[in-house]
Design a protein around this ligand. Structure first.
Ligand SMILES: NC(=O)c1ccc[n+]([C@@H]2O[C@H](COP(=O)([O-])OP(=O)(O)OC[C@H]3O[C@@H](n4cnc5c(N)ncnc54)[C@H](OP(=O)(O)O)[C@@H]3O)[C@@H](O)[C@H]2O)c1
Length: 291
């Protein structure tokens, strides 16, 4: 069983590769990236590293050649990533890959208002029509987003402002998502399955602000404002249209309950419990305390 991991220099893909290499020989692993230099440490360890760019479809079939199973990590660029994913799926078919593991998103549902969802839905359609065996990993809300992006400015301001109105989500460590992806890539029986990959607890941003106050030793209040008010605040702060749309629609989706699935997938597939968000705050204590 030869395993290919695409977009391998990214954080989720790289962590998955590290987990995979704890279980299988480097001979059985192919890492594909636009940035092969960033994977030199893997190459030195005997892993095959190949160039592949989803925007250069001609680079992909050779990059995936010989792989039985492929990790396809969803990309970032809204809209355009459907074309990028299509290029990767077509290349997987052309290269004779049998099984694709796709990192989808917990909120993926036809009615979900989050602006990141339609691209995933379209990618699901492409995969379902491809003839490939597919496993969908519906990754939960990465805990890294609140801990490293939302909390530092909120702590500085003494207030976390959003539009989520105490709605809750099961935030999951990206490393736990990587461990689940590695478990699926290195064991059998996951074809045709969909897994919701979540953290161990449901928390609202009010509770996350309170945890941040404890870790940072500084007061962090919480205020939920209407969608248009949040949008206006973000616009005034110079946040680009697309990002504003993502942030505001995320809040709307969270209020509608799309962040609420709570599963034991991490425990079941990796044999150890999902880690709470407080652990990640400890890991980033210096960032949160400004030390
Ligand atoms: N669940 C959540 O809350 C959440 C939050 C944020 C993001 N996400 C999703 O999870 C994905 C992985 O997150 P991450 O933190 O690992 O992101 P990251 O560290 O920023 O990695 C971005 C990835 O995109 C790849 N990429 C960009 N352009 C590419 C192209 N033209 N062809 C092939 N690959 C390309 C990069 O691969 P190379 O440079 O190696 O080619 C890299 O692996 C994101 O892309 C996003 O879809 C989910």
């Amino acid at each position: 069983m030869r395993i290919a991991i695409a977009s391998a220099s990214g954080q989720l893909a790289r962590a998955t590769a590290e987990n995979v290499l704890e279980k299988v020989s480097p001979d059985d692993v192919v890492l594909v990236s636009r940035n092969v230099e960033a994977l030199a440490d893997f190459a030195r360890g005997g892993v095959t590293v190949r160039y592949g760019d989803y925007d250069e479809p001609e680079s992909l079939p050779a990059a995936f050649e010989g792989a039985d199973r492929l990790l396809l990590v969803s990309l970032h660029q809204l809209g355009h990533r459907v074309t990028q994913h299509r290029n990767a799926i077509d290349a997987a078919v052309a290269a004779g890959v049998r099984h694709v593991v796709y990192t989808s998103y917990i909120m993926v549902h036809p009615d979900c208002p989050s602006t990141v969802v339609p691209d995933h839905l379209r990618t699901h359609e492409l995969l379902d029509a491809s003839g490939l065996e597919v496993t969908y990993l519906r990754m939960g809300l990465f805990a890294e987003t609140p801990v490293t992006q939302i909390l530092p400015p909120a702590i500085a301001r003494g207030m976390l402002v959003d539009n989520t109105d105490h709605a809750k989500g099961a935030f999951v460590h990206r490393d736990d998502c990587a461990a689940v992806a590695a478990a699926v890539l290195t064991s059998s029986g996951h074809e045709g399955r969909t897994y919701d990959v979540t953290g161990p607890e449901l928390l609202g941003f009010d509770e996350i602000a309170a945890l941040a106050a404890k870790v940072s030793g500084r007061p962090v209040g919480y205020l939920s404002v209407p969608d248009d008010e949040l949008d206006a605040q973000l616009r005034a702060a110079g946040v680009p249209d697309e990002v504003r749309g993502m942030i505001v629609s995320f809040g709307v989706a969270l209020r509608a309950g799309y962040g609420e699935p709570l599963t034991d997938t991490v425990q079941r597939l990796t044999g150890r419990p999902a880690r709470p968000i407080a652990d990640l705050m400890e890991r980033h204590r210096a960032l949160l305390t400004g030390a």
